[in-house]
Design a protein around this ligand. Structure first.
Ligand SMILES: [Zn+2]
Length: 284
């Protein structure tokens, strides 16, 4: 059986190229992603449907729209909904990957990172001789907030996460999840958690031309005190999914040696912390 890395200390790439095709959550259009080996440290995006296909290294400075998903502005075009794929790559311990895309959005697949984990498993991992970016070490505690949402990072020996959500809908309510992240724990406890939404918002978002690809097979839908499409994969699947999103957003700067605590997180808040980490850390 395939063995995942024990930690985030070493450099890993894919053994071969694997691909997935699916519908984008927001555009509703089909897109294709190929994940392949790279000898260069970082995650690189290039286009399958453009003559201008020089691989671009991705980072938090390219984040543009982050209301409902994380979009990157890359060489004159946007790539949306990158967070679950990036969470899967970094969460598994991968450090050197080429991402080739046909379309403007990463497919949502089942709304979690599980399909990406299966793709990575299909390719297999191999060690790379060139070194990974060192883990970010905090020089001081960092806090970012937006209204009543807050995220903080404090120095630690490992990458620890604590997520707290607080929704008025009774089916969700208060949930807390904490984890000392390792590739194995990421794959078992975080990656299968699916995105979720609210029945009352679905019509409104669809009228605005958003979530054209959203459906009951790729998102959990909550109607106050119950779920429209159970069963849940975990009783606390929503807070685990929030941590999945956070891991994907922090993958743009690399995992810090820090305890990250987030209350009512959002992509915009996660990106605030990613930018603060990039500006206030030293490399170890
Ligand atoms: Zn998500």
């Amino acid at each position: 059986m395939f063995v995942w890395p024990d930690n985030y200390e070493n450099s890993w790439t894919l053994s071969k190229t694997v691909g997935r095709v699916g519908i984008g959550l927001h555009s509703g259009k089909e897109s294709e992603v190929l994940l392949g080996p790279s000898e260069e440290c970082g995650f690189y995006v290039s286009w399958l449907d453009s003559d201008c296909n020089l691989p671009l290294k991705i980072g938090s400075h390219q984040v543009r729209h982050s209301q409902l998903c994380t979009s990157l502005h890359l060489g004159g075009r946007n790539l949306s909904t990158v967070e679950h794929l990036l969470a899967a790559l970094a969460g598994c311990g991968l450090t050197h990957v080429e991402i080739k895309v046909k379309g403007d959005e990463i497919p949502l697949l089942d709304g979690s990172a599980l399909c990406w984990i299966e793709a990575i498993n299909e390719a297999g991992l191999r060690a790379v001789s060139s070194s990974r970016s060192p883990q970010l070490k905090l020089e001081k505690p960092l806090t970012c907030y937006r209204k009543n949402s807050v995220i903080s990072a404090t120095p630690a020996d490992e990458f620890n996460l604590v997520g707290v959500i607080d929704f008025p809908q009774k089916a969700i309510g208060h949930q807390i999840y904490s984890i000392q992240l390792t590739p194995e724990r990421f794959i078992n406890e975080i990656a299968p958690a699916r995105t979720f939404g609210f029945l009352e918002q679905l019509d409104y978002l669809k009228q605005k031309g958003l979530i054209k690809g959203g459906g009951l097979d790729n998102a959990l839908v909550c109607d106050d005190d119950h779920w429209i499409n159970p069963p849940l994969r975990f009783p606390d699947e929503p807070v685990r999914h929030k941590l999945l999103d956070l891991i994907g957003d922090l993958a743009l700067v690399g995992f810090p040696k820090a305890q990250v605590l987030v209350y009512r997180g959002s992509h915009a808040l996660h990106t605030d912390l990613a930018n603060a980490l990039a500006a206030n850390t030293s490399l170890t």
